[in-house]
Design a protein around this ligand. Sequence first.
Ligand SMILES: Nc1ncnc2c1ncn2[C@@H]1O[C@H](COP(=O)(O)OP(=O)(O)OP(=O)(O)O)[C@@H](O)[C@H]1O
Ligand SMILES: Cc1cn([C@H]2C[C@H](O)[C@@H](COP(=O)(O)O)O2)c(=O)[nH]c1=O
Ligand SMILES: [Mg+2]
Length: 180
Amino acid sequence: MDRAPPPQPVTDRTTEIGQLISSYLGREKNLEDHTIHLLFSANRWEHVPMMKEKLQQGITVVVDRYAFSGVAFTSAKGNFGLDWCKQPDVGLPKPDLILFLQLNPEAAAERGNFGQERYETSSFQEKVLQCFYCLMEDKTLNWKTVDASKSIEDLHREIKSIAKETMQEVQNKPLGELWK
Ligand SMILES: Nc1ncnc2c1ncn2[C@@H]1O[C@H](COP(=O)(O)OP(=O)(O)OP(=O)(O)O)[C@@H](O)[C@H]1O
Ligand SMILES: Cc1cn([C@H]2C[C@H](O)[C@@H](COP(=O)(O)O)O2)c(=O)[nH]c1=O
Ligand SMILES: [Mg+2]
């Protein structure tokens, strides 16, 4: 049977740090820009022991967003350099594959729930997109872009195929550290 392991989310809004992040995104709380950046990173680090344990057990860890969103969203604010943004996440488990689901900000805005949270404006999303393009210039990372305007079923098929191929390629490769 073809049984995929459950995805392991990383912006976990259930921890104490995650709850602070969630109230910031929901505009119930204002936090200074450096502070929220560091909280997002802390929310990743608090999951590293669990991620490493799973990886050591041979389980594939699928993360919805990661340090790249951290860098792209903070640097899109305009007053932060990419290098400063990366520093708190240096040393996190390095992904074998980074799938970028590309959808233009106008099409994204038409999808469910868009506009309710902080950052969900088309103008800010456009700036975030440009920051993602800068991050994709780093050829030490395995970025792959998929067209997210396809149907959910077609996207699922494509992502599954790329993921399977990557899992084959990296099965004997040691775990790396991000941006080191
Ligand atoms: N390929 C697709 N085609 C059509 N609708 C989609 C597709 N993928 C997701 N959706 C719908 O778009 C909405 C938002 O999707 P999703 O929950 O994945 O985004 P999100 O995680 O909220 O976005 P973001 O991470 O950018 O904040 C949901 O209603 C979902 O069902
Ligand atoms: C990981 C991460 C995320 N963000 C932003 C990106 C989104 O606007 C939200 C998370 O929303 P999701 O629908 O739950 O994915 O937060 C960020 O600014 N910094 C980060 O590190
Ligand atoms: Mg999402």
